[in-house]
Design a protein around this ligand. Sequence first.
Ligand code: ASP
Ligand code: CP
Length: 322
Amino acid sequence: MKQNIRKIIGQGGNEFAGQDILSVDQFDREKLTYIFSLAAQMRELVERQGGTDLLKGRVLACLFYEPSTRTSSSFIAAMNRLGGTVIPITQGVQFSSVSKGETLPDTVRTLEQYADAIVLRHPKTGAAQIAADYATRPILNAGDGTGEHPTQALLDLFTIQEELGRVDGLHIAMAGDLKYGRTVHSLTRLLLEYDVSLSYVSPEILRLPLDLMNRVREQGVDVRETYNVADVIDSADVLYVTRVQKERFSDLSQYEEIKDFYEITPELMAQAKDEMIIMHPLPRVGEIHYGVDDDPRAAYFRQVRNGMFIRMALLAAVLGSA
Ligand code: ASP
Ligand code: CP
């Protein structure tokens, strides 16, 4: 199995070796196929033997300036399953020297003295790029403000591909906080590599940012916007639901006004196609009723698991031998 993974990593040259992962714009279809086949190998590996020692002796620093359950844990699990170790600054940077006023450039230049790569989550859009400008080791963007969440979009796309067997030809509807939701921003950009139709469902104040919508339109994508999930649920192949990003609101009363603007219920799911899947990057805070969880179309926890395989694939590609 390890031989297989080494073979895939080496096949056609591993263009990811030593590279930063900052944005989904770094990925074309060929690179996506490469990472997805590696992720499928990782799943087989985990299911067969739990892990391997491919990254033995390698160290990953996880530096999180914002809360996380999935991204931090899955990077840690991924590194452990590949035989490497982790410096986890994930339980609050207030316990690191950031609370003494240490800057991001100094923090990453310190961590790279100990680690071979750094996973960074930060509340400022563009922070991952700034870290990469200063660091000599690879930076993996685990979410930068309202900007991007590239590894999430990779696992989202991998999930669509695995669940439905294809991406081309699908109608993908994204609902919720399209303005601040970085997962929506990254997934939208990644989907422009495919022949899909897109629907965006949100209240007026949470519409997809105009520059991104313009980019979608410029590509000639069949796209629509609506306020009502019921308008799209019967024709969607994928319903991608997101949380209203409370932490991005400067006026919390505005958040309170729209936070409960919709909930996906079993009744609403009755209007969806039998083969539709419902996804969510999580955490959910009321957008999907618990009654939907037992529906076989609820893919969000399978999506979570795929995150570990995708992050194993990325770590093997970035840190593994070319
Ligand atoms: N966990 C995702 C993110 O960090 C989505 C969310 O928090 O709503 O962007
Ligand atoms: N999907 C996601 O990024 O989850 P966390 O915020 O828990 O890492």
